[in-house]
Design a protein around this ligand. Structure first.
Ligand code: ADE
Ligand code: ZN
Length: 330
C-alpha cells in the first residue's frame, strides 16, 4: 500500500508555504539574518512543536516566519518544499502564502512574491511540477488591512490565481470579509477559505453563501449538519482535508476517529493535504499513510483520493483527465 501511495500522482491543494519551514532551515536563517529566536538548538525547536489548539500553533508559526527576510529566503523555503514534492510524486501544487505575516515586519510584498515565484518557475522547468499561488488573508486582522493587501497584490496579479482566508477561525467568521471577497472576485481571483476546522458548520455555510468559495479548506465540521453535507455533495464543493494537522491541533482527538473516510463514503469530494508539514510531522504521503494505519483505507479509495486531488484543483480539464488516466493505469 505504501508503494501505491508513492507511485500515485497527487496534487496538494492545502499547503501554507510558511508551514514548510523545517527546524534546520529556521535555525540556519535565524543565524544568517541575525534574528533572535527563543530556541538554543534545532532539537529545542523540534521540542517546541507540541500544540494544544490552532492558536497555540499559530503563535509559534508566526514567530518562526520572522526568520524569512530576503528574496533568497523565500526562494529557498519554496524550493525545499518542491523537492519534497518531487520525492513524493506530488505533480501539481496550489500553494498558500500569508503576505501580511511579512509586510507587517517591513518585508516588501514584492520580495515575498519574487522569491516564491522564482522557485515555482524553476520547478515547472526542471521538475515538471505545476504550481499555482493563492494569497491568504489573516482573518484575525482587520478588513482594512486585508484591503491594503489586496491592493498590494494587484501589480502581481498574473502570478496569483486566487485568494484564501486563514489564521484564528473562531470569532472571525467569513462574514467579516464579505466585501473584501466581492472585490477579490471582481479582480478575477478564484476564492477559497478555511472553514470548519475549529469553527462550527455555520462558518462553512457563511463561506459558501457570503464568500462564494469554490473550495473549503478543512471543512471537517460539516458532518454536524446533514443538510450541509447534502449541499456539499450536490454542488461537488471540495474539502481540502489535512489529517495529521487535525490531530496535532486537536480538532480531532485521534486519527482513528477522523471523519475523512466517512465523508468520502457520503460522496463528498475530499482530498488529502499536509497544511503545515514542517510542524505536523509529515508531507502528503505521510498523511495518506496515516489513513492506512488508522482507517483501513483500501487501494481503490487511495486512487479515488488521488483523483479527487486533481478534480478539486484549478487545473484545466484536459490536464485533470491526463491525471485520471495516469491513475487508472496504475
Ligand atoms: N495557517 C497555517 N495553518 C493554518 C491552519 N491549519 N488553520 C488556519 N490558519 C493556518
Ligand atoms: Zn491551512
Amino acid at each position: 500500500m505504501n508503494d501505491l501511495i508513492a507511485k500515485l500522482p497527487k496534487a496538494e491543494l492545502h499547503l501554507h508555504i510558511e508551514g514548510t519551514l523545517e527546524p534546520e532551515l529556521l535555525f540556519t536563517l535565524a543565524q544568517k539574518n541575525n534574528v533572535v529566536i527563543p530556541y538554543p538548538s534545532v532539537e529545542a525547536v523540534k521540542k517546541a512543536y507540541r500544540f494544544t489548539s490552532l492558536q497555540s500553533f499559530l503563535d509559534i508559526y508566526y514567530a518562526g516566519a520572522a526568520v524569512l527576510i530576503g528574496e533568497s529566503d523565500f526562494f529557498e523555503l519554496t524550493w525545499a518544499y518542491l523537492l519534497k514534492c518531487q520525492e513524493q510524486n506530488v505533480l501539481h501544487v496550489e500553494i498558500f502564502f500569508d503576505p501580511q505575516t511579512h509586510t507587517a515586519r517591513g518585508i516588501a510584498f514584492e520580495t515575498v512574491i519574487r522569491g516564491i515565484t522564482r522557485a515555482l518557475e524553476r520547478a515547472e522547468a526542471e521538475l515538471g511540477i505545476s504550481a499555482y499561488l493563492i494569497m491568504c488573508f489573516l482573518r484575525h486582522l482587520s478588513e482594512e488591512s486585508a484591503f491594503e493587501t489586496l491592493q498590494a497584490s494587484l501589480p502581481f496579479k498574473e502570478k496569483i490565481i486566487g485568494v484564501g482566508l486563514d489564521s484564528s477561525e473562531v470569532g472571525h467568521p467569513p462574514s467579516k470579509f464579505k466585501r473584501l471577497f466581492e472585490a477579490c472576485a471582481k479582480e478575477g481571483y478564484v476564492v477559497v477559505a478555511h472553514a470548519g476546522e475549529e469553527g462550527d458548520s455555520s462558518y462553512i455555510w457563511e463561506a459558501i453563501r457570503l464568500l462564494h468559495v469554490s473550495r473549503i479548506d478543512h471543512g471537517i465540521r460539516c458532518d454536524e449538519d446533514d443538510s450541509l453535507v447534502a449541499y456539499l455533495r450536490a454542488h461537488r464543493i471540495p474539502l481540502t482535508v489535512c489529517p495529521l494537522s487535525n490531530v496535532k491541533l486537536r480538532a480531532v482527538n485521534d486519527m482513528k476517529n477522523h471523519n475523512i473516510l466517512k465523508l468520502l463514503h457520503q460522496g463528498l469530494l475530499v482530498t488529502v493535504n499536509s497544511d503545515d508539514p514542517a510542524y505536523f510531522g509529515g508531507y502528503v504521503n505521510e498523511n495518506y499513510e496515516a489513513l492506512i494505519q488508522n482507517l483501513h483505507v483500501s487501494p481503490e479509495e487511495l486512487k479515488i483520493l488521488a483523483k479527487n486531488s486533481f478534480e478539486a484543483s484549478f487545473l484545466p480539464q484536459e490536464r485533470k483527465e491526463y491525471f485520471y488516466r495516469y491513475i487508472d493505469a496504475l
